[in-house]
Each structure stands twice: as C-alpha cells, then as structure tokens.
Design a protein around this ligand. Structure first.
Ligand code: FCB
Length: 447
C-alpha cells in the first residue's frame, strides 16, 4: 500500500454541456454546441446535449453519489450562456442561482468546488460576432468571469479559466470536428482563436485575483507526450517538431510569455496578430497547471506529409487501446509531468482529467463491471505517484468522468463515467471502477 500526502485532493470531473441538459430551461441562451450538435452530420447519430444526464435537475442526487464516493473535490464547469444568455449584456439571475445551489450542496457534503469557466460552450451570440476569432471575445470572457466570481467567489476557492486551449483551436477552427466547425487549412484561424483564448485566460486570471484574492487559479491544458517512431534522427526531430506544434507553442506563451521562435518559423504566415502587452496578459502568473492526460502520440518523419511539419502520426500494433482508440500508456503521464515541471516549474500541478472510454454494459445482475477502466485508473495513479516521489508537485487527481455523458462529436456512444447512466431513465449505476476509486480515496493510498 503506497500512501499519498494527507492533503492530496481526490476528485472527479465533468463539464456543463456534457451533463447538464436543460438546454432551454432557466433562461439559458444558445451555445455553439447547441448549434453545432443540431446541425445534421456533426455528431454521432445527430445526438445533442439537450437533455444529456439532466444534471441540471438531478444535481442533488449526483452530489450524493460524489459524497458516497468520498471525493474531496468536484471539478465542474459553468455554462457561460446560462449566466449571460447572449455572452454579454444582460445577466441571467436564474443561471447564477443554479450554480449557487450546486455549490451550496457540494459544500454541505464536504466537497470543494473547482469551477472551470470555459469548457467549450461559447454563447452562440458571440460566435455570430466572430467567436474566438474576434479579439473582443477575450474581454467578454473577462466580464463573464467578473460576474461569476463576484457571486460565487465567497465559496469557490479553486478556479480553472479555460479547458484545453489547443483542442478548442484545433478542433474548432482547423479540423472542424468541434463547434464552431471551421476548417481553415492555413491554420491562421486556429492560431488566431488560440491567441484570443489565451488572452481571455490571462484577463480572467487578473479578474479572479481581484475578486477572490484567496483563490487558486489555473488553466486546464492537454499535453500529449510525443515519442519518435524509431531512434532515427529524422524521427526524433519529427517528434520534437510535433511536440512544439501541439504543446509547446501555447504553453510557452502561457508560462514563459513568449511564443517560441521555432513555432513562429513553423507556422510561417499563419501566426496571430500579437498586440503590445498581449504576452504579459497571457503569461499572468497562475497557481497551478491543470493537466488533462489520456494517451500519447508516436511521430515519424514523412517527407510527403504537410510542410513544414512533415510528420505522420503512427500507431503501435498489439498494444492496448480504449473504446476511443486511444493507446493506454501510463508511462506517458510520468513523462509529460516530468517535462512540463522541468520546463515551466509550476508551483503545483493537478491532474484535472484522466480516464477512459469503455463499451460498458449492464449485466444480468444490474451491475456494470469495467475491469479495463479499473486497471487504467490504477496504472495512471501509480505513474502519477512515481512522479511525485521524484519531486514533481502533483497536488490532486480528478477522474474523467463522474458519470457517462455527451462526448462531443461522439454523442453518447462513448462512456467515460465511473457511474453508468441509462439515458432513457436517467438511472445512475455506480460501476466497479467507482468502488475501486472509493477505496483509493478512503485509504488515501493505492496498492
Ligand atoms: C477532454 C475534454 C473532456 C472530455 C474528455 C474525454 O478532451 O476536456 O470534456 O471530452 O476529453
């Protein structure tokens, strides 16, 4: 049995659009994910988050399940269009009231809230004005942060600004797989959206410092460790180039205040319009890095692939994959934690998301037995613990996810929860992994 520090934070994570449902309830405005998921062909089976887990109505029950699980913290996100239905202007009190009730319930149950301010549900009205391509969206985000933190900052002491900036930019403005579904192959849109998002992050950090001086503030970033396909110099260079493009580009901006020269060269003309003072705002100091980790990538040099990257992503045969077709690679968590700590020396790191999708089924006894998830979670916790023992200050771990939910363009076809959700009846069934995690949390140790 290997013990964790007494103050280690065990948690579970989820996000507003993926679980809340109640899309038209309580004065909520339309988000880009409502628009996108209602557009034919964008999501699996045309599924939407209209109802999802109906957490908006069932939150008390969900908090109870968390309390039984024993977690110390719940990472959720606030739906911007519930607070400001058009993204700016009129504040919707009913939206604030919902999070007020949720936060009170959590605190009553002894669970600390960790609120993420942007987990992808941008108000549609702001997208109509250009969304993240519009620099002003960063100011609107700061204003929204002000409204929310003035109301909830007396009780929420852990804040996350933005979730996975590179996903927002790449999937939303380059591949088009996520809302708002743009496909700009020049990458100009991707880098512009990213820059404004980072600007929004920095501005939000400053607002939070003012409104909630005793809060811990950070961003949630997804960093893939990237390994060369072979030991050949060309492959090693390809892996580093891909790391730069996918990870270092924006993390260097956030944590050192500079876009790396190598990235400026790689992106060529597709770089953002950087105005005076932007980099200072973007690199406003934070208290922690929230790392979302799921898998790794393997890169090979490919002269035929798009210049200037000339990288092809390859897959290992005969290794374990999850239902997302993501390789299970716990050592990657160790490697990526070690690297970001070495490069940016954050005061603290929390694993803000880690988990896996499994094709779960309810068995004849009404139970959900998910050994693959149990093993995934345990192996990643082991990898994290090893890294902590080597001196990397990891202070918390959040399982993605509390319960099965709307997995973006995959709709409800991918189940990440440690609680099974029957979407017909909204019945929740804790899976075997829930009970495994409950033991880890209770013992504050893993065997
Ligand atoms: C992350 C997202 C989260 C969830 C998991 C599986 O990229 O932050 O909302 O979809 O992946």
């Amino acid at each position: 049995m290997k013990q964790f520090p007494k103050d280690f934070i065990w948690g579970v994570a989820a996000s507003s659009y993926q679980i809340e449902g109640a899309a038209d309830v309580g004065g909520r405005g339309e988000s880009i994910w409502d628009r996108f998921s209602h557009t034919p062909g964008k999501t699996f089976n045309g599924e939407t988050g209209d109802v999802a887990c109906d957490h908006y109505h069932l939150y008390e029950n969900d908090v109870k399940l968390m309390a039984e699980l024993g977690v110390k913290s719940y990472r959720f996100s606030i739906a911007w269009p519930r607070i400001l239905p058009r993204g700016r202007g009129r504040v919707n009190e009913a939206g604030l009231d919902f999070y007020d009730r949720l936060v009170d319930k959590l605190i009553e149950a002894g669970i600390d809230p960790l609120a993420t301010l942007y987990h992808w549900d941008l108000p549609q009205a702001l997208d109509d004005e250009g969304g993240w391509l519009n620099r002003e969206t960063a100011d609107h985000f700061a204003h929204y942060t002000d409204v929310v933190s003035k109301r909830l900052g007396d009780r929420i002491k852990m804040w996350g600004t933005i979730n996975e900036p590179i996903c927002v930019a790449m999937l939303g403005y380059f591949t088009g797989m996520h809302a708002p579904g743009h496909q700009d192959e020049t990458m100009q849109e991707m880098n512009t959206a990213l820059h404004h998002l980072l600007l929004g992050h920095g501005k939000a950090v400053r607002v939070l410092r003012q409104n909630v001086p005793d809060a811990k503030v950070g961003a949630m970033i997804n960093i893939y460790p990237i390994y060369p396909a072979t030991e050949a110099e060309e492959d090693k260079a390809a892996a580093e180039r891909f790391y730069m493009y996918h990870n270092h580009w924006f993390t260097a901006a956030m944590y050192t205040g500079e876009y790396p020269a190598e990235g400026l060269r790689l992106f060529g003309r597709a770089t953002p319009d950087i105005q005076d003072g932007d980099m200072d705002i973007i690199s406003t100091p934070t208290d922690y890095i929230g790392l979302n980790y799921y898998s790794r990538l393997i890169a090979a040099y490919d002269p035929e692939a798009n210049k200037p990257l000339q990288v092809k992503i390859v897959k290992e045969p005969d290794v374990e994959y999850t239902a997302m077709d993501w390789e299970v690679f716990p050592d990657g968590l160790h490697d990526v934690l070690t690297r970001i700590y070495k490069e940016y020396k954050p005061k603290e790191i929390i694993i803000a998301e880690n988990g896996c999708a499994v094709n779960d089924v309810v068995n004849e006894d009404g139970k959900v037995i998910d050994p693959q998830r149990v093993s995934y979670i345990k192996r990643h916790i082991h990898a994290m613990q090893k890294t902590m023992q080597e001196g990397v200050p990891v202070k918390g771990y959040y399982v993605w996810s509390l319960m099965d939910n709307f997995e973006w363009s995959y709709g409800f076809s991918k189940r990440f929860g440690i609680i099974y959700v029957d979407y017909e009846t909204q019945k929740r069934i804790p899976k075997e992994s829930y009970y495994t995690y409950q033991k880890i949390v209770k013992n504050n140790a893993i065997n």
